[in-house]
Design a protein around this ligand. Structure first.
Ligand code: PLP
Length: 394
């Protein structure tokens, strides 16, 4: 063992040591090796939009960056004009009324808020209910706050919504947060009104906060308009919603998101954040306002591009002989491994034989075993090339 590794064992907190292992490490290694060997790797693994941020948003940021007023610390609770723009957007898009002063808090991307929420509203030993498969920060944030993450399997036969009736009373009583995410990453599922209402009823009965991650509400196809959790009656009494400009406006690198809904939760998050950071760079907040209130044309074009890619990929995969259905929303295709292999074995073999990277479902949680995920974040030529290779070598 090298000196560095020994130090690492000593230096890492128990909290960090308690985080789950990174399951994609081996696949990442195989991907790097293939690239190093000169292979043309087609990466359908990443979930990061490849299209550029619309120019009018970049221009607004540039303009605001020239103003010395914007070079200073900003309020950690966010600029009032950004919160007002978010409130108007929720009103127009979802018919949800939010008080900008008390029910909206800008975040440095929604991920930080999602991960910090347990620190703000739980105590060590509390249970945090996390979707399995799911976005890793739900579990990571719970562990870092000393909570016990309890996975809730998302099964295909339940429309990839957790079976809340299946929760033991013992667990429900200890639970403080229920994370949900629709349109869902990685399964691409949507939630129905009834499913959201079920979550609200459980939250009321057991005094649980519902934390709905709504990152993909604008990434939907065939004219579908996924809803906000906050549209459901009583939602604001028991829950908050996380959202951001990241996926909607190709702004993942900009880091502007927000949490909105229940005022007590928002206040707790705000107090937390005032101890952690000093607000989002104001030019980024102006850019986010421009995104939400400026020309929505580029966003609609982006959705049309994703829809074309989705159709091409799904139709192509069906020709390969994989039975794949078109997702109604999100950037992902989530489908069963078409062989008897494990998710990991299958993904490794596909990479070796074709240079195409797809993501093993178990990397998102145990219940993802038997599935794999593909992203719509590559241009159509690359998707066509991937399909050709899959057809030729599998
Ligand atoms: C991309 C993504 C987000 C958004 O993260 P930001 O921090 O706002 O960029 C949130 N939740 C899920 C499930 C995502 O895939």
């Amino acid at each position: 063992m090298s000196v560095v590794e020994e130090n690492e064992l000593v230096i890492k907190s128990k909290r960090l040591q308690a985080l789950p292992p990174y399951l994609f490490a081996e696949l990442d290694k195989a991907k790097r090796a293939a690239k190093a060997a000169g292979k043309d790797v087609i990466d359908l693994g990443v979930g990061d939009p490849d299209l550029p941020t619309p120019p009018h948003i970049i221009a607004k940021m540039n303009e605001a960056a020239q103003d010395v007023e914007n070079h200073r610390y900003s309020m950690s609770s966010g600029m009032p004009i950004l919160k007002e723009a978010i409130a108007r957007w929720y009103q127009n898009r979802f018919g949800v009324t939010l008080d900008p002063a008390t029910e909206i808090l800008p975040l440095i991307g929604s991920k930080e808020g999602i991960a910090w929420l347990p620190m703000a509203i739980t105590n060590p030993g509390d249970v945090v209910l996390v979707p399995d498969p799911g976005y890793p920060p739900y579990t990571g944030g719970a562990i870092l706050a000393g909570c016990e993450p309890v996975p809730m399997p998302l099964l295909e036969e339940n429309g990839f919504f957790p079976d809340l009736g299946d929760l033991s009373q013992q667990i429900a009583k200890r639970a403080r947060i229920l994370y949900l995410n629709y349109p869902n990453n990685p399964t691409a599922a949507l939630a129905s009104d009834e499913q959201f209402d079920e979550a609200i009823a459980l939250a009321r009965d057991y005094n649980i906060t519902v934390a709905h991650d709504a990152a993909y509400t604008e990434i939907a196809y065939d004219g579908i308009k996924p809803q906000s959790f906050l549209q459901r009656p009583g939602a604001k009494e028991v829950g908050v919603e996380f959202h951001s400009v990241s996926k909607t406006y190709n702004m993942t690198g900009w880091r502007v998101g927000w949490v909105c809904g229940n005022a007590e939760v928002v206040a707790a998050m705000s107090q937390m954040k005032s101890n952690l950071d000093s607000g989002i760079f104001q030019p980024l907040q102006y850019a986010a306002i421009e995104a939400l209130e400026g020309d929505q044309g580029p966003m609609q074009e982006t959705i049309a591009v994703y829809q074309k890619r989705r159709d091409l990929l799904v139709e192509g995969l069906n020709k390969v002989g994989w039975k794949v259905t078109k997702p109604a929303a999100s950037l992902y295709i989530w489908t069963k491994v078409p062989t008897k292999e494990s998710s990991m074995q299958f993904c490794q073999r596909v990479l070796e034989k074709t240079g195409v990277v797809v993501t093993p479902g178990n990397g998102f949680g145990e219940s993802g075993e038997g599935y794999f995920r593909m992203s719509l974040t590559l241009p159509t030529e690359r998707i066509e090339e991937a399909i050709t290779r899959l057809q030729q070598s599998l």
